[in-house]
Ligand binder design. Structure first.
Ligand code: NDP
Length: 454
């Protein structure tokens, strides 16, 4: 729990009232800002260099937001209109960097929260990357290959003018995997007549990096490994709940298997499967095929392997040692967090962005669980994206082993920065959320102070 002094609480209330007034109805953005400001505001009270420069007030205004129409034609000849966005949040420490999300739930509020978080996350990696996020309310599910291709081409026909290797370098996110990144990059290359590393998550044949596909999931498990090690514990033998079944969930499960843990659940937006014996590499391979090739639903796993499927539910009531929410924002409520705590869970590492509601975080922290917030736990993906940019600039490719070593080091450094800024009390409890917020903030704030008033 983050207990504020009356003076800090009043300053936070006043600040949030202004944020809500200026960004009406954008609840996810308010939530993300509140989570960060609750640590920054007390921190800057004694630091006029940040307070007087009004850094936090500047950071809640994105540098710019681009909103555009995306018109495309389905196979039956009908014309469809979607909305495209790019939130260029901050380029204080490097080009804008952050994923594109294609999902019907996409709104400006969601992309603003994601871009805001991305700025702190990218700073935490130690690499020179600013923060951004974009996407569309387009739903790739149920669309043919040619429909997805036409949509991506139309989307990039507008977005390309806002991108560049030193300007803005997007990547994938929900609904934007290897297939979509390929169509987007192909269209960029065609219009701009330039082969530059302007997207990351590219295929290995055209400038992509080894380990990028695995990086977010692997990194999320490395973070948990480091938190456990800090407490003198190990990950092997631990029973783990994982939500989602997309990119992040799959590689979280894979790394858990490598390290001898026992992942027992996977989910999608329709429900979850519980495999009490543990999802092994063979079953995981089946899931990868299901999701990437056949684009099927997770309930098919239950039929295939004879395990339980829970329609319309999330996995958090299953007893476990560790939990890895890897689907989407606000997928653990305060109530669900209580189930986790009461059932023996000792650690949470957030693969998805902001998957825990504020009440859930309060519950985890009150119970003194190890809680790694998304901006630290899932930063491995963007870190390897940063390394993809480096390789593209140098026109060479590093090996899988080299990149995995880099990823492991980046995650260890992130863990250590969180400890540096987040260690509290006599028992050395680490408030990883506070640590991540402050460590991410300081680097961006120092750069902004140096630039003067802008
Ligand atoms: P994918 O599209 O590969 O998978 C998303 C998974 O989450 C699917 O199983 C999907 O189920 C489920 N999901 C999506 N929306 C909802 C919803 N509203 N309710 C319940 N389940 C939902 O995306 P990723 O794995 O790439 O991303 C997952 C999370 O990780 C996101 O929060 C993303 O921002 C974050 N992230 C991803 C990174 C990356 O490198 N890919 C990097 C850093 C963060 P369904 O198919 O039914 O929609």
């Amino acid at each position: 729990m983050n207990t504020l002094s009356p003076r800090d609480a009043a300053a936070l209330d006043e600040f949030m009232a202004e944020v809500k007034h200026r960004n009406p109805g954008e609840t996810e953005f308010h939530q993300a800002v509140q989570e960060v400001a609750a640590h920054i505001i007390p921190f800057i009270q004694a630091k006029p260099v940040y307070k007087d420069a009004r850094i936090i007030e500047r950071l809640v205004e994105p540098d710019r937001i681009v909103i555009f129409r995306v018109t495309w034609q389905s196979d039956d000849g009908r014309i469809h209109v979607n909305r495209g966005y790019r939130v260029q949040h901050s380029n204080a420490i490097g080009p804008y960097k952050g994923g594109l999300r294609f999902h019907p739930s996409v709104t400006l509020a969601i992309l603003k929260f994601l871009a805001f978080e991305q700025t702190f996350k990218n700073s935490l990696t130690g690499l020179p990357m600013g923060g951004g996020k974009g996407g569309s309310d387009f739903d790739p599910k149920g669309k043919s290959e040619t429909e997805v291709m036409r949509f991506c081409q139309s989307f990039m026909s507008e977005l390309y003018r806002h991108l560049g290797p030193y300007t803005d370098v997007p990547a994938g996110d929900i609904g934007v995997g290897a297939r979509e990144v390929s169509y987007l990059f192909g269209q960029y290359k065609r219009i701009a007549n330039q082969f530059t590393g302007v997207l990351t998550g590219k295929g290995l044949a055209f400038g992509g990096s080894e380990i990028r596909v695995e990086a977010t999931g692997y990194g999320c498990v490395y973070m948990m490994e480091d938190m456990l090690k800090h407490r003198g514990q190990a990950i092997d033998g631990k029973t783990c709940l994982v939500s989602g079944s997309g990119n992040v969930a799959q590689y979280t499960v894979e790394k858990l298997i490598h390290l001898g843990a026992r992942p027992v659940t996977l989910s999608d937006s329709a429900g979850f499967i519980f495999d009490p014996g543990g999802i092994d590499q063979e079953r995981l391979q089946w899931v990868k095929e299901l999701k990437e090739v056949r684009r099927g639903r997770i309930k098919e796993y239950a039929r295939e392997f004879g395990v339980e499927y829970y329609e319309g539910q999330r996995p958090w009531a299953i007893p476990c040692d560790l939990a890895f929410p890897c689907a989407t924002q606000n997928e653990i409520t305060g109530e669900e967090a209580k189930h986790l705590v009461n059932n023996g869970c000792i650690g949470i590492s957030e693969g998805a962005n902001m998957p825990s509601e504020q009440e859930a975080i309060d519950t985890f922290q009150a119970a003194r669980l190890m809680f790694a917030p998304s901006k630290a736990a899932n930063a491995g993906g963007v870190a390897v994206s940063g390394l993809e940019m480096t390789q593209n600039s140098m026109r060479l490719s590093w090996s899988r082993d080299e990149l995995n070593t880099h990823l492991r080091e980046v995650m260890r450094d992130i863990h250590n920065r969180c400890v540096q800024y987040g260690a509290e009390g006599d028992d050395h409890y680490v408030n990883y959320l506070k640590g991540a917020n402050l460590a991410g903030f300081v680097k961006v704030a120092d750069a902004m102070v140096s630039y003067g008033v802008m």
